[in-house]
Design a protein around this ligand. Structure first.
Ligand code: ACO
Length: 311
């Protein structure tokens, strides 16, 4: 039976079709998806923190409403993704436990702090911009529930990216202090946003297999390059400078040359030593404990419903 399953699986991949939860799949494929989808879900949930930091201090009622909606969207993305991971046989409690015990990875980017309002602009423009660049191809991921979740997520990310761009645009048309604040935020978020795409291709252990399985469609470096190409004209419209003196169009390669990325910083953040890793996990644990009564109430409600149905 496994032989039949394997042949059918290989056929689905070769035809660029979708693998669905009930289909047979190799254990390594299942594991890879659980790894990537759960990390992605955790990123959405932890990613709520840097921005929720500004909800109470947003400069106007309208900005506050927009920011609240955006942070809620991230919670929703986390939920779609946890659900997609659950179809692979892992429980939500188990994933949550891995996160709060500090055993699970989530995106490096959310371990940076948000000291100014302009950070909301830079996160939307750069972080959500990078997220879209990486995630649009994931809409075609071979695993059905993941690809379908990504479609909706990308639509919402696209709104997030525009709202960030618009915050920066407004600041860049403001006072000198506001312009400085916008440029400072771009200076701080630019390199970390390039690191979001993951290690360089020759140091990316998972890429080859994930590409062969049609989970990833482009390499980390290719997506990073595409992202820089997207940013350059947008930075011009904004009037901000991308903080890389070596950024230049290379006619021969038909791509931008960029400076060497500081991979030591990336590895430090992954090892838990970024500017806000400890704070992010502490807050996540606290929220989990504070939510205990909701989980208990939901379980009790389910128990009563089941008892009523049986009666
Ligand atoms: N932050 C934290 N860990 C990272 C990052 C990052 N920016 N980039 C790579 N890594 C980790 C990988 O998870 C992997 O670790 P693991 O093997 O222990 O799981 C290791 O570094 C090596 O990297 P790769 O071999 O390149 O890993 P992979 O093929 O999974 O590619 C990538 C990494 C591009 C992030 C991929 O997992 C992906 O596309 N994920 C979905 C998108 C996502 O999670 N986005 C989250 C941020 S965007 C947002 O939430 C708004």
């Amino acid at each position: 039976r496994d032989d039949d399953g394997q042949a059918r699986f290989e056929e689905l991949i070769a035809q660029d079709s979708r693998v669905e939860p009930r289909d047979w799949m190799p254990e390594a494929y299942r594991k890879t998806l659980i790894r990537q989808i759960s990390q992605h879900a955790h990123s959405e949930i932890i990613g709520m923190q840097p921005e929720s930091n500004w909800i109470s201090r947003a400069p106007s009622l309208k900005r506050k409403a927009i920011l609240m909606a955006k942070v809620q969207d991230e919670a929703g993305h986390g939920l779609y993704l946890y659900s997609a991971a659950q179809t692979l046989g892992i429980g939500r409690d188990e994933m949550m436990q891995q996160l709060i015990e500090g055993k699970a990875k989530y995106s490096s980017i959310f371990n940076y702090t948000t000291p100014t309002w302009a950070d909301m602009g830079a996160i939307g423009w750069l972080v959500d911009g990078a997220a879209i660049c990486n995630q649009v191809p994931l809409c075609r991921a071979s695993y059905g529930p993941y690809g379908r979740a990504m479609v909706r997520i990308c639509k919402e990310e696209s709104f997030h990216q525009r709202q960030g761009f618009e915050i920066l645009l407004e600041l860049m048309q403001g006072t000198d202090d506001q312009k400085r604040m916008a440029q400072d935020a771009v200076d701080r978020w630019y390199w970390p946003s390039l690191m979001m795409f993951g290690p360089p291709d020759d140091e990316s252990p998972n890429s080859a297999q994930s590409m062969a399985w049609n989970i990833k469609r482009f390499s980390n470096d290719d997506l990073r390059q595409r992202f820089v190409g997207m940013l350059v004209p947008q930075a011009e419209v904004l009037g901000v400078t991308l903080p890389d003196p070596n950024l230049a169009w290379n006619e021969e390669r038909q791509a931008y040359d960029i400076s060497e990325i500081d991979w030591t910083e990336f590895h430090e953040v992954l090892a838990g030593r970024g500017p806000a890793n400890a704070e992010r996990l502490r807050r996540r644990r606290e929220a989990h404990e504070e939510g205990a009564w909701v989980r208990e109430a939901a379980a009790e409600y389910a128990r009563k419903q089941a008892a009523n149905a049986a009666a």
